[in-house]
Design a protein around this ligand. Structure first.
Ligand code: SOE
Length: 382
């Protein structure tokens, strides 16, 4: 364990706050790091709930104003785990205060917000990173390695889906993820952003234009009373769903590949099926998060073969368990925190950067413009 410590302050204590907390708590126990995190303070709006979260998740203190976290001298890193409508304000204030910032995805709710965040990051002394955790699934990192080594040859197809079903019930309440003012968009920004980032990361190419369809199947829902993780209970009254339930698009990538993307919360029976397949001139690979310890690879000759991504020489895996013992969702966050702390310790620039987050935001905006314009092919802004 390094004797150089960094104080961490987290904003938010719900689903993402919990999973980030376990990463901050465990990362130094499994990885040798140039700096050791200290979980100084967590902020949330409700005093009782934030104090309970601090106690349970391992934070030294709880406060009810995020500005206190950003202003504290013993906080070096600010971790933003709030809905998208607050990302820009908190991140920019933290960067201006000289903090390192890690921010949940999507980077912001709009392109102008994301531009302001990327500009603040570019002129800041602190490091910044957007939390696209799926890049840190060992099988996805291995997929990137194989593409980089040229094992797939020239990439022709990028096929990505993110399928969930947690709002199929029309009586599922109107939680913040279904409100444009809070979340910016629906399935598109929440889970579509993940497959855009993961697919671009693996392929080493970015989307340059898209043609899209979006749909809101259930237009009105019971107002939300309480929520925990992705579960929620409904109160009295109903409200309008102001985001997409599903977003589908095809697109062109910078290296000449054709892409097809589908993000939906209406894939009944699919819980967290983030699937990516790439086809190249020499071979293919395929991944499904519901079997996250596996990567399927083809050299073109004999269909696909399964690689169990649990060997010590596979990305991140050596720090954990013996071969075949498998990792889970939470490890992806531990890996991203590990990479972030390494970058801080080494003075390097972590990825995905706020500039990468901005590029994803521009894809989301192009998808929305295209869908509003009868699926017209729409260029992703530079
Ligand atoms: C809900 O769709 C959600 O929790 C996303 O917000 C996360 O980013 C994803 O990892 C799992 O699903």
């Amino acid at each position: 364990m390094s004797d150089r410590t960094v104080g961490v302050g987290m904003i938010g204590y719900a689903f993402m706050g919990r999973v980030h907390s376990q990463a901050w708590r465990n990362v130094a126990a499994f990885f040798d790091l140039p700096v050791t995190p200290r979980m100084r303070v967590i902020a949330g709006r409700s005093k009782d709930a934030t104090e309970a979260a601090a106690e349970r998740l391992g934070w030294d203190e709880a406060v009810t104003d995020w500005r206190e976290v950003v202003g504290r001298a013993d906080v070096d890193v600010v971790d933003i785990c709030t809905p998208g409508d607050t990302h820009a304000e908190i991140a920019i204030a933290a960067l201006r205060a000289g903090k390192h910032v890690i921010c949940e995805k999507p980077l912001a709710n709009t392109v102008p917000e994301a531009e302001a965040m990327a500009a603040a990051a570019a002129s800041a002394t602190g490091k910044s990173m957007v939390a696209f955790n799926y890049r840190r699934v060992p099988a996805i990192a291995l997929a990137r390695r194989l593409v980089e080594e040229g094992r797939l040859g020239e990439i022709r197809h990028v096929r990505a889906q993110y399928l969930q079903d947690w709002i199929v019930d029309p009586d599922f309440p109107l939680v913040w993820r279904l409100r444009k003012d809070k979340a910016g968009s629906g399935a598109l920004g929440d889970i579509g952003a993940h497959i855009i980032d993961a697919a671009q990361f693996i392929a080493g190419q970015h989307l340059v234009g898209v043609s899209a369809l979006t749909e809101t199947f259930i237009k009105e829902r019971p107002l939300a009373e309480g929520s925990a993780g992705l579960a929620a209970s409904g109160g009295s009254g109903r409200g309008a769903v102001t985001v997409d339930d599903a977003a589908l698009f095809v697109g062109r990538l910078s290296g000449g590949a054709l892409g097809s993307f589908e993000a939906t919360r209406f894939a009944t029976g699919r819980k967290n099926a983030l699937r990516i397949e790439l086809n190249g001139s020499l071979g293919s690979l395929a991944f499904d998060f519901e079997a996250m310890n596996e990567l399927w690879v083809s050299d073109g000759g004999r269909g696909f073969e399964r690689i169990l991504v649990t060997e010590p020489d596979h990305p991140y895996v050596g720090a954990w368990w013996p071969p075949g013992h498998g990792l889970g969702y939470e490890h992806t966050f531990t890996h991203e925190i590990k990479d972030f702390l390494e970058a801080i310790g080494q003075g390097a620039d972590p990825t995905p950067s706020f500039a990468d987050g901005l590029r994803v935001q521009r894809v989301l905006a192009a998808v929305e413009r295209s869908a509003a314009d009868g699926s017209r092919y729409t260029t992703v802004e530079d």
